[in-house]
Design a protein around this ligand. Structure first.
Ligand code: ATP
Ligand code: MG
Length: 628
């Protein structure tokens, strides 16, 4: 099938197109209407249809592939590797669902899941889906305050956690954070269910509130819990955005539209079908983890590989060893992870038999050209950049190798995926810009299946965050983009990441890319800092590759400045270049430019609750004090 026809049909005859795609999943009751768009921009896909995510992800495969691996959960932290067949997954999920029901959790109740990347997190999510409870997975390791905010927003009937996680060989207790969050929250859950991994033996327990999962599971082992059939537009889960630009938004997902969009994306974008293996390195706490570690691969009847650990531990070959061992066909990771590998010897990329591996998909932030070249050449595989948001739940832009692979253009996540009617418009006038010109990327509503239904409990915020930026009713991605003559879209960064140097508007992304083109630079963050003369000037924070560490800092900084000026002209020449060992990022690996900028302008760095490594920010502080 050709991409062009497929995409065109999704836009020109959306109801017929999605009615066909809906055949890929099981409906207990078929939809009465494919699209109900009576209250724009709210829309209901497959209205009146009844289905269930857990049934589609687990039960439906029992007959044909009960003994096939459904989930492989590998932890290089605890050394525990679990290989779980569909039949075993069914048992585990039923037992977990029975435990949930015994605690009085039912349809529509929220359940907060705060766990590391381990098999029980997947069981917990599927068990919620089975009984119609709404899970809200909070990335494990978020601080207590973050967790408390999400608890108060979701008001859960239950919180499920592990005693501890591990990172780089160090135990990170979770339970004390849960206790602190429950103490801070106004609406703490009546029960906390602890999956005890034995990592933090002395952890405190609150009588009457805290429950031990293993004990309850033993009581419900072998239970069969009936699937709760949900109307297609009931909520399946809540998931907060990364908080890169401010207070995270509680994205609310539906059931039927999400299942259908995932089923479509699995074969057409990720080129994974039943019986094949997909390895996503994401945490289940992110959108990628929800869609492509849990629901997508399982709905497709594929095998999903889940990984707890660092990409370089015990050595930088660990991911490729996993690919060899399980015959991974499609791998999914992030540019941040690749940049971590880029600081290592590229010989690791060639050490293992990767003959089964076809594609490496990367998403989450801009994939700069030098990094794309490095990994493409190092692996000898096709790298597919794909662009999406927590809100959309699945890619907005990608190539679709499951249909036919269009040429890769480095620096671009490619072409619109089915159902996404995209435009690039002028931020002031709202008019479409010409090919090659910069504008805001917007989606014409109705949003396709899979995208958020609303912001949890806050329709007003749904409207004001996404739909009130232009005269026309359009969903703003809040990202800058350029579309070229061939329809390829290039993402230039967020609409609040623009530097205005003496009237010249420069995207942080272009300057970062120019910095990264210097052979010594591993990663760069660029911000605009107030300047009396020019309004703003670009300032660079950069980390170096091993081969760059021989230069003196002054030489390296001068090199980077020259390199940018050469590629983008003198206006873009960075005023200062600070060399650091790590850049401040969100827990999901996105650069926190707003905090860098605030520090550089001697302002308060703002909400740091989603910051990954506080040391990185400290280092930036010290670098600023030392001067460039
Ligand atoms: P918040 O919305 O709370 O500020 P966030 O936008 O970082 O947080 P996510 O939904 O995790 O939360 O990230 C989506 C954003 O990540 C996109 O809007 C875009 O800016 C960026 N992004 C994702 N994938 C790509 C990609 N392939 N290329 C460029 N940018 C990307
Ligand atoms: Mg966002």
């Amino acid at each position: 099938m050709r991409y062009e026809e497929f995409y065109r049909r999704s836009i020109e005859q959306p109801e017929a197109f999605w009615a066909e795609q809906a055949q890929a999943i099981h409906w207990r009751m078929p939809p009465q209407r494919i699209l109900d768009y009576s209250e724009p921009p709210f829309r209901k896909w497959f209205a009146g249809g009844e289905t269930n995510l857990c049934h589609n992800a687990v039960d439906r495969h029992l007959e044909a592939r009960g003994d096939q691996l459904a989930l492989v959960a590998i932890s290089t932290e605890t050394g525990v590797n679990r290989e779980i067949s569909y039949r075993e997954l069914h048992r585990e999920v039923n037992a977990f669902a029975a435990v949930l029901k015994s605690l009085g959790v039912g349809r529509g109740d929220r359940v907060v899941v705060y766990m590391p990347n381990m098999a029980e997190a997947v069981f917990a999510m599927l068990a919620c889906a089975r009984i119609g409870a709404v899970h809200s997975v909070v990335f494990g390791g978020f601080a207590a305050h973050n967790l408390a905010l999400r608890i108060d927003d979701a008001r859960p009937k239950l919180l499920i956690c592990a005693d501890a996680g591990m990172r780089g060989g160090k135990v990170i207790p979770y339970k004390p954070l849960v206790d602190a969050a429950c103490a801070e929250a106004r609406f703490p859950p009546p029960h906390v269910l602890v999956v005890d991994r034995g990592l933090d033996p002395g952890h405190a327990r609150v009588d009457g509130r805290d429950l031990d999962y293993a004990a309850l599971r033993a009581r419900h082992e072998g239970a069969q819990v009936e699937v709760e059939w949900l109307e297609s537009n009931e909520p399946s889960y809540l998931l907060y955005t990364s908080g890169t630009t401010g207070k995270p938004k509680g994205v609310q997902r539906d059931v039927g539209g999400y299942a259908v969009a995932l089923a479509l994306s699995m074969w057409s974008i990720y080129d994974v079908r039943a019986g094949q293996v997909m390895f996503s390195t994401s945490d289940v706490g992110w959108a990628v983890g929800h869609s492509y570690n849990v629901y997508g691969p399982l709905i497709a009847g594929a095998t999903s590989v889940l990984y707890e650990g660092l990409p370089v531990h015990p050595d930088p070959g660990v991911w490729w060893r996993i690919c060899e061992r399980y015959g991974v066909r499609t791998m999914f990771s992030s540019p941040t992870a690749v940049r971590v590998l880029k600081k290592q010897d590229p010989a690791w990329l060639k050490k293992y038999d990767l003959s089964a591996l076809r594609w490496l998909f990367l998403a989450g932030e801009p994939l700069d050209e030098p990094t794309a070249h490095w990994i493409t050449e190092g692996l000898g595989k096709t790298i597919v950049d794909n662009y999406w948001q927590t809100e959309t739940g699945w890619p907005v832009l990608s190539l679709m190798p499951g249909l036919d692979l269009k040429p890769v253009k480095f620096g671009s996540p490619g072409l619109p995926t089915p159902g996404y009617k995209l435009r690039v418009i002028d931020d002031a006038s709202g008019a479409d810009v010409a090919p090659g010109e910069k504008g805001v990327l917007v989606i014409e509503p109705p949003l396709p299946p899979g995208c958020l239904s609303t912001v949890w409990n806050d329709d007003a915020r749904f409207l004001s965050s996404y739909f009130r930026h232009f005269k026309e009713l359009l969903y703003s991605t809040l990202d800058w983009a350029i579309r070229d003559e061939d329809g390829y879209t290039f993402i230039l960064g967020r609409t609040d990441d623009v530097i205005n140097v003496a009237g010249h508007r420069l995207g942080t992304r272009e300057i970062e890319e120019a910095c990264a083109s210097h052979p010594s630079v591993a990663e760069a963050a660029v911000i605009g800092v107030r300047d009396e003369l020019k309004g703003q000037v670009p300032v660079v924070f950069a980390t170096l590759k091993p081969e760059g560490r021989g230069r003196t800092p002054a030489q390296a900084a001068a090199d980077v400045r020259d390199c940018v000026a050469e590629r983008l002209g003198a206006v873009a020449r960075p005023a200062r270049v600070y060399l650091v060992n790590a850049l401040p990022k969100t827990r999901s690996g996105k650069l926190l430019r707003r905090s860098l900028q605030a520090l550089a302008e001697q302002r308060d760095p703002g909400d740091l609750s989603t910051l990954d490594d506080p040391n990185a920010l400290e280092e930036v502080r010290r670098a600023l004090e030392r001067g460039a």
